[in-house]
Design a protein around this ligand. Structure first.
Ligand SMILES: C[S@@+](CC[C@H](N)C(=O)[O-])C[C@H]1O[C@@H](n2cnc3c(N)ncnc32)[C@H](O)[C@@H]1O
Length: 254
């Protein structure tokens, strides 16, 4: 039985696990939401969260912008169940089960108006390049002209600047070491193993094991995202915030 309290506790544990990979996760969330606030210029934006996991970012958007509506999209049954369980009292937050790399998800959202912004954190690097291009094309079809896309992720510069590539990674790794030393939080695998051992979640973890495969990590380059966004119909594309290779990429729908 997945109660609100149990779901919230697992999301807090998820947040600690994710911080182990990016100690400035909250700072990046804050910068991203600052950009939504400044860039959408309305108190009640319609915001999509792509690859939302259990809804950590979606919830923070609503904490800052309580008149917003957020549609949070993911395909993982356990993470979606945690998000729905923890936030059932928030009608302005809807979780939707779609694979972002499969055409048709944007229309299936059945939005009553074009979205003002789309956000994403630590998710889209999972998509192989063709799936990423599909996702951005779908996104462009539901974002209003001038709408923002904000993507926080570890995105590497390409092979033409190998020293920058190495230094950007080195900065991110040093920041993590400085923050946690020898006391690193549990990692991704430990979190999933612990979830599988909780009787309240075991069934959902089993469904997940059947339903989802490993996607590989094929879109970790900044240039892949930049080119795919331009091709999908975004005009200005650039980095708004950065710490090493941990970036907040911003694109404006033309
Ligand atoms: C590391 S988690 C990040 C979750 C959340 N955005 C956060 O910052 O805590 C990556 C998420 O991307 C989702 N994801 C990966 N590929 C996806 C796809 N093709 N369609 C939808 N979601 C996907 C995963 O299910 C997972 O929830």
């Amino acid at each position: 039985m997945l109660t609100t309290t149990v779901a919230q506790a697992w999301i807090s544990r998820w947040d600690r696990q994710q911080e182990g990979y990016l100690p400035d996760r909250e700072e990046r969330f804050t910068a991203l939401i600052d950009a939504v606030e400044a860039g959408t210029d309305r108190p009640d934006p319609l915001v999509l969260d792509l690859g939302c996991g259990p809804g950590s970012l979606a919830a923070r958007v609503l904490d800052r912008l309580p008149k917003a509506t957020v549609v949070a999209i993911d395909t993982d049954p356990l993470l979606l169940a945690l998000g729905r369980g923890a936030h059932s009292g928030r009608p302005e937050l809807r979780f939707a089960d779609h694979d972002l790399g499969t055409p048709g998800w944007a229309a299936a959202l059945d939005l009553d108006r074009p979205a003002d912004a789309a956000v994403s954190t630590t998710a889209l690097h999972w998509l192989p390049e063709t799936a990423l291009r599909t996702a951005y094309g779908e996104l462009a079809s539901v974002l209003r002209p001038g709408g923002l896309f904000l993507n926080g992720d570890h995105l590497d510069v390409d092979d033409s600047t190998p020293q920058l590539h190495r230094l950007e990674r080195a900065l991110a790794e040093r920041a993590t070491r400085r923050r946690f030393g020898d006391d690193a939080p549990e990692d991704w695998r430990q979190w999933w193993n612990a979830a599988a051992a909780d009787p309240a979640l075991a069934e959902l973890v089993a469904i997940r094991a059947d339903a989802t495969g490993h996607h590989g990590s094929e879109s970790a380059h900044l240039a892949v995202h930049t080119v795919a966004l331009r091709d999908a119909g975004f005009g200005e594309v650039g980095t708004l915030w950065q710490n090493g290779n941990n970036r907040l990429l911003c694109a404006i729908r033309a």
